[in-house]
Structures are given as structure tokens and as C-alpha cells.
Write a protein that binds this ligand. Structure first.
Ligand SMILES: *Cc1c(COP(=O)(O)O)cnc(C)c1O
Length: 412
């Protein structure tokens, strides 16, 4: 084990991203393996939020919409996020939540493509599937169908009956990574649109929406982008679809001339049509500062380190014999998974609670998965070593059997 600790320190010394973690304000004695659920606070975000609150809102009040350019923040922040997902400017906008943004792009995709079947996967993130079910209930006359298949069967099921393929690039439970270029090609060969949810990819691995010719995408900023709880999400619409059909949440911010206060809706011709109401300026400022941290690092370095952190975790699990006690549900090849590993164990919930009590924060996902996220900007190889060391102790002493680790809260 000592050898592994030395090796971890060596890897940290050689890590080109090692310096970035000083930008994060994570609590002492905590190893955070949950950045794929809620990224931590950083100093740039903390400072920017205070500046926007105290200097802009506090001092300049409503003048700030022009003076501090608040009105253009959704596009500006959208464009900076666009750089992380391979989108040229003018196609990404920061607003609302993934759920609401999916409603918008699903509506446009269904309106502009023949057929009424949306193809997705059984274990896609539930809110994505719920949005299709809601559209189906709202437009009962259109007979919208939601067809769900296993990930491995996706490609086979893309045929001319499909109007829209809606997938998450990385599976939130298993971490399995889909081949988006291949699925996009197949969708287009069958005149279908593809909507990609990049919630678990933006800021964690290379995404090339323009190059892959993806039609629409959605994603959030509070996971690997570290913009804070409930920070606004984003959506991407390929240039060729802009202006073709308006998204149906006709809000004044998506009007061509919002400040004419006309009683009639006139859709903006550009990506701002995808806005609905007033942007949440304070959390959008947090998003802008959080995304700026990525300007000094390359996404390839992030991906490289993410893979190495995952491999280091797996190796430590093997060395301590824990691989015999936990069943991995993630693909075995690092190239086929995102930035996380998931393990099945009947006591996963209590184990996760006991681990948290030891200062290692990971995630539990129903029914019995322990989910470990590797966020390369602030995690070290030494963190991985200590996390597994603590898990080994919990399993050896069966500390998770304590009643206090068994009680579930509303958020798990
Ligand atoms: C986190 C996540 C969401 C969350 O959606 P919100 O509406 O922003 O709460 C949606 N889809 C996927 C794939 C996710 O991982």
C-alpha cells in the first residue's frame, strides 16, 4: 500500500493540472468524489458573485442591465460554454434548466422532422424521458411515441419511423459513453434529428457538436462546470436550425424586440429566441466565472487525467481486494466511459453514508449503486489513494451496519 501512496504522489507531481486545485475552496479533510452531481465552490465564483451583488446590483441597480451588459449574458456565457462543447459562437445560450430546455428543443425537432417517434434509452436520465411524456400528454392529437431501447440496441432502432433520437452522451448511472458521431450519422441517414444531453460530458471530456453535426444539445453547469446549485443550464441549436421553427415557450426575452412591448410575439431570428424570461443574473455570473477556469486548461488534459484517476481507483480497489466485494457496472474500457465509475452493492446506501462520515463524499443512486465521479480540476491521485483506504476500512470493520448510516433523507 505504501508503494501505491508514493506512486500517487509521483503522479501528482507530474500532473499538468495539479496547480488548478488551488482555485477551489473545498473544505479541509474532505475528498470530493461527487463533482458529477454538484461541483464545488471556487474562488473566482465566490469573488464574482460578491462583485455582481455588491457593486453591480447594490450600487448600479437597474442601470446594470446596460452598464454591466447583463442583458447579453445569456449569449456571452453561452458562447464560452460553446467553446467547451465544440460549438462556434451564436449557437449556444445559457438559460433555464435542462428539463425546460429539452422541452424547447424537442418541440422544434418534432416540428421540423417527419414522424412522431422519439427514440431514447431505458435508463436515460428520467427528467429527459418525462419531458417527452409531457409533450405527448399536451399534444395528444399528434400521437407522439416514446420508444425506449437498451443502449446497445440504439443504432439498430434508428430507422425511417424515428423523428428524433434523444440520448445522453454519458449514462448517469453506469458512466457508459455513447458514440455520438456514429449515432448522428445514422439519425441523419434516416432523416431524424439528434438531441444530445451533455450533462455528464461538458467540462469532463471532449465534445465536438459542430464537427459531429449534432442538431440540438442540452446540458447543465452545476456538475463538472462548477457553477453552483441550480445555476442556469444551456442549450445548443445548430446554425442550420436557427430561425426555421420557433421554440414554443414564447417569452418576451425571445422576442425580436422585447423592449417594444408589442402585444404580438415576433420570434428573434437568432439563438436568443430560445430564451423565455428574465435571466438569473447572479447565478449566471457564477457560471461565467466558473467557466473561465477552463480557459487556462485543455479539455484533452482533463480527459487524460480523468481516465488516469479512474484507473488509479480501479487499481487501488484491486490491491485492497475490494473489487471482489463490489460489482462494477461501468464499461471495463476507460475509452468507453465518461468521468465516473459505478459499483453495485446491496448495502451501497449505508456504505456511502459511512464513507461520507470518513470525509469521502461520493454518490448513492437507487436502487443500490455507489457512484464515484472523477473531476480532474481539483482531485489528486493521493485523494484517490486515501478514498480507497477509507473504504477498505469501512468494509473490513463493517462500520456501515451502524443504524445511523441506514436512514435515508429526501435527497440521496
Ligand atoms: C443532471 C441531469 C439532468 C438534470 O436536469 P435539470 O432539469 O437541469 O435539473 C438532466 N439530464 C441529465 C442526463 C443529467 O445528468
Amino acid at each position: 500500500m505504501l508503494e501505491m501512496l508514493e506512486e500517487a504522489r509521483l503522479l501528482d507531481n507530474r500532473d499538468p493540472l495539479n496547480h488548478v486545485k488551488t482555485q477551489f475552496d473545498t473544505p479541509k479533510n474532505t475528498i470530493y468524489l461527487d463533482g458529477n452531481s454538484l461541483g464545488p465552490l471556487s474562488y473566482p465564483v465566490n469573488l464574482r458573485v460578491q462583485e455582481v451583488m455588491n457593486e453591480q446590483w447594490g450600487q448600479d441597480l437597474i442601470k446594470s442591465w446596460n452598464q454591466h451588459n447583463w442583458i447579453h449574458k445569456p449569449q456571452q456565457v453561452g458562447d464560452s460554454i460553446g467553446k467547451l462543447i465544440g460549438a462556434a459562437s451564436g449557437q449556444t445560450i445559457c438559460c433555464d434548466s435542462i428539463s425546460v430546455n429539452l422541452f424547447k428543443v424537442l418541440s422544434v425537432a418534432l416540428n421540423t422532422h417527419e414522424g412522431s417517434t422519439v427514440l431514447s434509452t431505458k435508463d436515460n436520465f428520467p427528467t429527459d424521458l418525462y419531458m417527452v411524456q409531457g409533450l405527448k400528454a399536451l399534444f395528444s392529437a399528434r400521437n407522439i411515441e416514446l420508444k425506449l431501447v437498451a443502449e446497445k440496441q440504439l443504432e439498430k432502432h434508428i430507422d425511417e419511423d424515428i423523428a428524433v433520437v434523444m440520448v445522453s452522451q454519458v449514462n448517469f448511472r453506469s458512466g457508459a459513453l455513447l458514440d455520438i458521431p456514429k449515432l448522428t450519422k445514422r439519425a441523419h441517414e434516416n432523416n431524424a434529428a439528434i438531441i444530445v444531453d451533455v450533462a455528464h460530458s461538458a467540462g469532463a471530456l471532449p465534445v465536438h457538436l459542430d464537427r459531429w453535426k449534432v442538431d440540438f444539445a442540452v446540458g447543465c453547469t452545476y456538475k463538472y462546470l462548477n457553477a453552483g446549485p441550480g445555476a442556469p443550464a444551456f442549450l445548443y441549436v445548430a446554425k442550420r436550425h436557427l430561425g426555421a421553427s420557433a421554440q414554443p415557450l414564447y417569452g418576451w426575452m425571445g422576442h425580436a424586440e422585447p423592449f417594444e412591448f408589442s402585444p404580438d410575439y415576433q420570434p428573434a431570428a437568432d439563438i436568443t429566441q430560445y430564451l423565455t424570461g428574465t435571466p438569473p443574473i447572479i447565478s449566471m455570473a457564477a457560471t461565467e466565472a466558473a467557466v473561465s477556469i477552463f480557459e487556462s486548461v485543455s479539455i484533452d488534459e482533463i480527459r487524460d487525467k480523468s481516465i488516469k484517476l479512474g484507473l488509479a481507483f480501479e487499481r487501488a480497489m484491486e490491491t485492497s481486494g475490494l473489487d471482489q466485494r463490489f460489482q462494477s457496472i461501468s464499461p471495463s474500457s476507460p475509452k468507453q466511459r465518461g468521468s465516473q465509475l459505478s459499483y453495485e452493492h446491496p448495502e451501497a446506501f449505508a456504505i456511502c453514508q459511512a464513507w461520507i462520515a470518513e470525509g469521502v463524499i461520493a454518490d448513492f443512486r437507487a436502487p443500490n449503486y455507489l457512484r464515484i465521479g472523477f473531476a480532474p480540476l481539483y482531485l489528486s491521485f493521493e485523494d484517490i489513494f486515501h478514498a480507497v483506504e477509507k473504504l477498505e476500512k469501512i468494509m473490513r470493520t463493517k462500520a456501515y451496519n451502524a443504524p445511523k448510516f441506514q436512514a435515508k433523507n429526501k435527497v440521496t
